[in-house]
Design a protein around this ligand. Structure first.
Ligand SMILES: [Zn+2]
Length: 292
């Protein structure tokens, strides 16, 4: 009994400190990921628990003999106590976890061409339609046996604007940067960050030519501003498989890849899923006008 307590207690302690082979980095902040332990995978016949954050199902995976809920926390998550609904062997329980605050850097940009800040009515209507469509794609849920949570950077290049950057154009606050930019010239190969199925391809006002890959269990990656798309909806892709070429389509000031990672409908920091953290670099000069 005592030994069991010590093992469980040390497991809990180890979670924020140790990088697990199969789990992303646990960073329970707005825009981060909470890795919440759900107990031993050998107990109760080993049936996989199900978990929900509000009404949204959450990814559950096994690592080192224990179940974990891997919870995406949107940038507008309020720091403090949060809870998951967990269903295990027919019983439903509440699992609490804490979200800490994080101050993301700010970026202030002055744009002389006001037409790029204030959209025309048709542009605004198109953008709003697409934002609604993209919101639905991000909430897509396809149950799969497991999801590889270790992703690879989809394109070689220096990192530009990081996830969470709070942007102001002519002092007007814009949506914070909900992805990671990689500085690459037009025509650079872009690969799937992980294995999955192409959920959608499209050409959007802000994001330009975009590929959505569904990795199963609520994990979706987005590749934006592409010059060329080489996959189609429903296609199965392997990790590292080329899906298109980078570019500057949509509202981008220069060629770069914008990469987003979505978990249970929340845009989260892609760098939490890259096992060996890429070399840090300065802010790159290119960015989107706005990113959903
Ligand atoms: Zn971006």
């Amino acid at each position: 009994m005592k030994l069991r307590f010590i093992i469980q207690f040390s497991l809990l302690l180890a979670i924020p400190l140790l990088a697990h082979a199969g789990l992303p980095q646990s960073l329970p902040v707005p825009g981060g990921v909470a890795v919440v332990p759900l107990g031993s995978a050998s107990a109760n016949g080993g049936a996989k628990p199900q978990a929900w954050l509000g009404k949204q199902p959450v990814l559950v995976t096994v690592d080192n003999g224990s179940w974990y809920a891997v919870v995406g926390l949107s940038l507008d998550t309020v720091p403090g106590a949060h809870s998951l609904k967990v269903s295990m062997n027919g019983a439903t329980q509440v699992q609490h976890f804490e979200v800490h605050s994080k101050d993301y850097p700010e970026q202030h940009i002055t744009l002389k061409d006001k037409s790029k800040v204030d959209l025309s009515k048709p542009d605004l209507e198109r953008a709003e339609r697409e934002i609604a469509l993209i919101r639905n794609l991000k909430r897509h849920w396809r149950e799969t046996h497991d999801t590889d949570l270790m992703l690879e950077l989809p394109s070689g290049g220096e990192l530009g604007s990081r996830f969470g950057l709070r942007r102001f154009f002519n002092e007007q606050p814009r949506q914070p940067h909900a992805g990671l930019d990689v500085a690459v010239d037009t025509g650079t190969p872009v690969v799937a960050g992980g294995a999955g199925e192409v959920l959608a391809v499209g050409d959007y006002f802000f994001n330009g030519k975009t590929v959505f890959i569904d990795h199963g269990n609520g994990m979706i990656t987005m590749y934006c501003h592409l010059d060329q798309i080489d996959v189609q909806e429903g296609q199965i892709v392997a990790k590292g498989q080329p899906i298109g070429l980078s570019g500057k389509t949509g509202r981008a000031t220069g060629p770069h890849l914008h990469w987003s990672v979505v978990l249970n409908g929340a845009m989260v920091d892609p760098e939490l899923f890259i096992p060996a953290k890429p070399v840090q670099s300065g802010q790159n000069g290119t960015q989107e006008m706005k990113q959903e």
